[in-house]
Design a protein around this ligand. Sequence first.
Ligand code: ATP
Ligand code: MG
Length: 243
Amino acid sequence: MSAAPHASPLTPNGLFITGTDTGVGKSLVACALLRAFAARGARAVGMKPVAAGAEFVNGAWVNEDVEQLIAAGNVSAPRGAVNPYCFEQAIAPHIAADINRKTIKIKEIIKFYARLSALADVVIVEGAGGFCVPLNGSETSADLARELALPVVLVVGMRLGCLNHALLTAEAIRARGLVLAGWVANHIDADMPYADENVAALHERLAAPLLVRIAFGAARDVVTVTRQWDSHVEQWLRDARVA
Ligand SMILES: Nc1ncnc2c1ncn2[C@@H]1O[C@H](COP(=O)(O)OP(=O)(O)OP(=O)(O)O)[C@@H](O)[C@H]1O
Ligand SMILES: [Mg+2]
């Protein structure tokens, strides 16, 4: 995009989307947020710093998450900045990097984030896998979140085992001095027994707002999931503009 760098009205101008695991709805939430910000007139761009799992299409590696984020945002940004690291194999990122003789560097990701944030009012960063997934021999996705210093949105995939995963992840977020902006109860298991009681258990223990509850099957209903974010996005924009 040719837009000149500008001072963003959002302070800080991004959110880091993490989850209790891989496949719990981070992309669904990141895309809904991008659409909700765009609908409010904000310039919104997605970022998937590390993507594992890609197909070679028309001479380029294509990752589904990256495509979804690009389609949901309203800023045209260099693909290399949106997704600095992309690997063919859908495996743990540091292993994918190793077998491709690459090293994932957080410093590089931070540079690309800075480029995106100069183009947009808000950058929605989707983490890889869960919060503490390794990125290289010594650093993890949690280190990336800490370097970016963004408020974190935790997507909880509501299924058996999620209470432990959610509480551990919240602890790990706070241990790095990051703000847990809120959490999402994403109902990925249609038959989860006592789903409401599990949501209530997290509500009592996470000490952060339950931002949105996404029904099972709602992933197909982009409009409804996007609307669920409207009031939060309005509030974030209001807060940012007076900051
Ligand atoms: N509420 C839901 N109901 C039914 N299916 C869902 C729901 N949320 C997500 N899914 C489906 O689960 C799958 C994983 O969702 P999504 O890609 O958003 O997860 P992710 O956390 O981004 O995964 P990854 O770790 O691969 O980035 C997708 O096929 C998505 O359509
Ligand atoms: Mg994803």
